[in-house]
Design a protein around this ligand. Structure first.
Ligand SMILES: [Zn+2]
Ligand SMILES: [Zn+2]
Length: 340
């Protein structure tokens, strides 16, 4: 039996360890992917630290997968060997709950599947994935380019395109990090008057290079006041992980403005009720999306030239890459590659 490398977590809060396993065969409705690259996402900590209820260990994390189909099970529709595909956070759905019956698979309530949480993910040479969650990777995007778009990319792209903002509207991106550096590019390429907000002066050059029309240094300036001077934002995409920082920009929302939360902040937001009422302002969360959304993200990125800035680690150095990402040092996404 041929073997493959995986990087697995043996128990909650256990280390990421390299292991050897037999290469699995795809069952009905599934394909086997020869993984080429897998991004490291902050949400991989759910598996690593055992923060998601019901995870069975050992578990292989990784939900920013890019690779090539190398075997197919029965009933996988038109998917075939040698197609380049990605797999993201949404790793499957039940098909019969109220959400699924309305076609809203990402909010499946009965049996939502998360790649690298519910089943083994992309920190490996091979993985098995349901055919329903595959996104085709277009030519012109390398596996390392595609991988971070499968979570950080789709989340910001899909939140922005469903935000109600139209070309010419002012859209602010709060935070220029793993999610935010993609959010700024998407917003600019979608034709919004894109405002980047980050702490300190040092990210201004980069933010403008990524397409920001204006840059607000939230340490030196009152970000809400500066946004108000620009006429107020139609949308603020909050990619930071601080509820306090999100609360601080609420005053920068224009009439009908919406704060869209994609950063998983643990501290609560503080919201002045009157400001919401008077200007019909709102706050909304946004999860990533389904495979068709991923495919749209990849295709838009390929054509519009949106790319994640990545630091690449070989699979066997996954633990180091993970620490690098979690400590906030990565500029801006860490990606594992299986090439050797
Ligand atoms: Zn993620
Ligand atoms: Zn469902």
């Amino acid at each position: 039996m041929a073997k493959m490398r995986v990087v697995q977590v043996g128990r909650p809060k256990g280390p990421l360890e390299l292991a050897e396993r037999e290469i699995p065969a795809p069952g009905p409705g599934s394909v086997r992917i020869k993984v080429e690259a897998c991004g490291i996402c902050h949400s991989d900590s759910l598996t690593k630290e055992g923060l998601w209820p019901g995870i069975q260990y050992p578990r292989v994390p990784g939900h920013e997968v890019a690779g090539i189909i190398d075997a197919v099970g029965e009933n996988v529709g038109a998917w075939r060997v040698r197609q380049r595909v990605g797999v993201g956070w949404h790793g499957g759905h039940c098909g019969y709950c109220d959400s699924c019956r309305r076609g809203d698979f990402v909010t499946c309530q009965i049996a939502p599947q998360i790649t690298g949480v519910s089943y083994d993910g992309g920190y490996a040479d091979y993985m098995i994935a349901p055919a329903t969650v595959l996104a085709l990777i277009p030519e012109g995007l390398s596996a390392v380019d595609a991988a971070p778009l499968m979570c950080a990319g789709i989340t910001t792209f899909n939140a922005l395109r469903n935000s109600g903002a139209r070309p010419g509207d002012t859209v602010a991106v709060l935070g220029v990090g793993g999610l935010g550096h993609l959010g700024v590019q998407f917003a600019a390429k979608m034709g919004f008057r894109t405002v980047a907000i980050a702490r300190g002066k040092d990210k201004e050059g980069l933010a403008r290079k990524l397409g920001a029309w204006q840059y607000i240094d939230s340490q030196a300036q009152d970000a809400a006041g500066e946004l108000a001077k620009l006429g107020g934002a139609r949308v603020i995409l909050a990619t930071v992980t601080s509820g306090k920082a999100m609360s601080a920009v609420l005053g920068g929302l224009g009439i009908n403005g919406k704060l869209i939360v994609v950063g998983a902040a643990m501290d609560p937001l503080e919201v002045p009720a009157l400001a919401l009422i008077g200007g019909r302002r709102s706050i909304q969360g946004w999860p990533s999306g389904i495979s068709a959304d991923s495919e749209d993200t990849l295709s838009f990125s390929a054509r519009a030239g949106v790319r994640a800035m990545t630091e690449v680690f070989p699979l066997e150095r996954a633990a180091e890459g993970y620490e690098h990402m979690m400590s906030g040092q990565a500029r801006f996404r860490a990606v594992l590659t299986t090439a050797r």
